[in-house]
Design a protein around this ligand. Structure first.
Ligand code: AP5
Length: 220
């Protein structure tokens, strides 16, 4: 969990490398659907992409359909990392019911905290690879060759919802709909709060240290 741009995707990728847990990002799934040809997008998906471009949350029903289609991820041998889901109390309750019915439980909910000024700077400089979805930052995590991905040489682009007017809507949606989950997961004894200041590797070390008390171990 964490506000838009706090570094959830970056941390999920680093945690995935260290723990080998499967990474499921609902934002990435929507963006992948958005890059399909128009004729392959269902009316519900087109509607969802409209919400996303404006920076608003996609309705719970559409998000839930998409997560349910990927429920086998919950049984990945190395565990799983949910990135950007759940984001509303309704989604959190649906997830809990699904996991209870599958005999599974969350190990922890990591909440990344960062001041708004730093969040805006991170979002404004973000660049994403159109091919492999790797995430860079123009000053903090630049690619070796400007505009090209280090991993696959794909071209880097700026996300449509990283425009200032969409960032404002996303922060409002976070404060209104997602921040209440902090209390929800704290009540379930699952919340782990991590300061998201410092380099991505430093924050990942901090996350792993906090998760070790919950028996999450790095795999070399
Ligand atoms: P989503 O893709 O999940 O976006 P988000 O939550 O707004 O988060 P971001 O991806 O913008 O940021 P992040 O925290 O992952 O940061 P990142 O690692 O990229 O969702 C997009 C949209 O999809 C939503 O607005 C909504 O419309 C829809 N959606 C998705 N899930 C939904 C759901 N469950 N319900 C309803 N709607 C849903 O880092 C940001 C930048 O900072 C990068 O450039 C990175 O390189 C840089 N950076 C990262 N860490 C550091 C660091 N330590 N120091 C300096 N720079 C850093």
């Amino acid at each position: 969990m964490g506000a838009p741009g706090v570094g959830k995707g970056t941390q999920a990728e680093l945690l995935n490398r260290r723990t080998h847990a499967c990474h499921l990002s609902t934002g990435d799934v929507f963006r992948a659907a958005g890059s399909r040809p128009d004729c392959e997008q269902s009316p519900a998906m087109k509607e969802a992409l409209g919400y996303m471009r404006r920076g608003a949350l996609v309705p719970d029903f559409t998000v839930w359909e998409m997560v349910r289609e990927r429920r086998e991820c919950l049984h990945c041998g190395g565990g799983f990392i949910l990135d950007g889901f759940p984001r509303t109390l309704g989604q959190a309750q649906s997830l809990k019911e699904l996991m209870d019915s599958e005999g599974l439980a969350l190990t922890a909910v990591v909440d990344y905290e960062l001041p708004v000024s730093a969040i805006v700077a991170r979002l404004g400089g973000r660049r994403t690879c159109g091919k492999c979805k790797a995430v860079y930052h123009v000053t903090e995590r630049p690619s070796k060759v400007e505009g090209r991905c280090d991993r696959c040489d794909g071209s880097l682009f700026q996300r449509e919802d990283d425009r200032p007017e969409s960032i404002k809507v996303r922060l409002e949606a976070y404060n209104r709909s997602t921040a209440p989950l902090i209390e929800f997961y704290s009540g379930l004894g699952l919340l782990v709060q991590v300061e998201a200041i410092g380099s991505p590797e430093e924050i990942c070390d901090r996350s792993m240290a906090a998760l070790q008390s919950r028996h999450v171990e790095a795999i070399s």
